[in-house]
Design a protein around this ligand. Structure first.
Ligand code: GAF
Length: 380
């Protein structure tokens, strides 16, 4: 893919580009905890976006997306939210400009194999790869964490998804065969070897894309904030759900509107699950770790309500099988993938089983990816 992207760039723009590889991510556990100041356990993977980029000495940015075959252009004097995939590119450029960094005109080809809307963070990969490429081309000297924060702000401001920091962080800080535990409040992080020997991370893509995913995501975030606001009346020291416990939540249960109570229960429980899971990962306690993944799924499905029948079905299939240690919906939800820890020697058998049962139930084929854990954004 790298070679192909490079050739495409040379064909279109007639010069040698800088190449940047920008991965998608998995998250072992800790879903919807990042914007609540909690913990996450993500890793970068082998699915990626590839960028070929070079300056063009003008005030214009020309971007060719290999997956749609389209080239879109915009002027550096008018970087405003624009419908379509170019919005993600323009968001990054605008946020760099907002920091007072002088972005110059560039030509660009982007290609990739991260399925869109599958919960593997294709948008963070587009953002992180571009920040890193422009940083290198124009000598901004940004740290990786700065790059992640710029990507996150671009996502908030242009597509308007009020995401946490997990995806952009994982994309830029990934390390081969290591998962990261990020404290989303302090932004301190540690690497842990992915030590479940003989097990693979298998992603089952339900092929469901929910059109309400972004707006519902923002609603979840508001519901968490509403919970914090109520708790603060009694416990002013609570700044986010990270600081709260179930007892504090019980005290205000009657005052909470709609589903706020359930949403907050899920987040408080999930934040403590990540803490427990990190210990289990370090001790190689696979089955206990897997049990927590199933608990997360239950919470995401019943309390946080970001699953869907297809994802619940995929997780229930996993729970029938001995070769699967744990499974759950991964990422923002409302469609996309489940993450499954599967015995390496049974992966083929398992994927066949999922394929045939899913097809029988929904009359469509799931896509199944056996992933490896890779480095974060790499400037070649
Ligand atoms: C999406 C968001 F972008 C992340 O910040 C995170 O909240 C995730 O959903 C859920 O854990 O991927």
């Amino acid at each position: 893919m790298i070679q192909k992207t490079k050739e495409q760039f040379v064909k279109l723009f007639g010069k040698e580009p800088l190449i940047v590889v920008s991965p998608g991510r998995i998250n072992l556990i800790g879903e919807h905890t990042d914007y609540n100041d909690g913990f996450v356990l993500p890793a970068a993977i082998d699915k990626k976006i590839v960028y070929a980029v070079a300056p063009n000495g003008t005030n214009q940015c020309n971007v060719h997306a290999d997956f749609t075959g389209e080239t879109a252009s915009f002027s550096l004097d008018a970087v405003v939210p624009t419908p379509g995939w170019i919005n993600y590119i323009m968001g990054v450029v605008a946020m760099l400009q907002e920091r007072g960094l002088k972005v110059e005109g560039f030509d660009c080809v982007l290609a990739g194999d991260i399925p869109v809307g599958a919960g593997l963070s294709s948008s963070a990969a587009v953002e992180g790869g571009l920040v890193a490429a422009l940083d290198k081309l124009f000598g901004f000297g940004l740290s990786r964490m700065d790059m992640a924060l710029i990507g996150q702000k671009a996502e908030h401001t242009f597509p308007g998804v009020k995401c946490g920091i997990m995806d952009q962080f994982a994309n830029l800080h990934g390390k081969k065969d290591q998962v990261m535990r990020l404290d989303c409040r302090s932004l301190n992080y540690e690497y842990f070897p992915f030590e479940f020997p003989g097990y693979k991370v298998v992603l089952c893509n339900s092929m469901v894309h929910h059109s309400l995913a972004s707006s519902e995501y923002n609603v979840r975030r508001q519901q968490c904030e509403a919970g914090v606001k109520a708790i603060q009346q009694h416990h002013p020291e609570v700044k986010s759900l990270r600081d709260a416990n179930l007892q504090m939540l019980e005290e205000v249960k009657q005052e909470l509107p709609g589903k706020v109570y359930d949403r907050c229960v899920y987040v408080i429980e999930e934040i403590s699950r990540v803490q427990e899971a990190t210990g289990l990962l370090q001790q190689g306690k696979l089955n206990e770790f897997g049990k927590l993944m199933y608990e997360t799924h239950e919470g995401l499905s019943k309390l946080y309500e970001v699953s869907c029948p297809e994802l619940d079905f995929l997780v229930s299939l996993a729970s029938e099988r001995e070769e699967v240690a744990g499974a759950r919906v991964m990422g923002g939800g409302f469609g996309g993938c489940t993450i499954n820890l599967v015995a390496a020697d049974k992966v083929e058998e398992y994927t066949e089983f999922v394929r045939s049962r899913y097809n029988k139930q929904y009359n469509k084929d799931p896509e199944i990816y056996v992933t490896t854990i890779e480095n974060g954004v790499t400037v070649l």
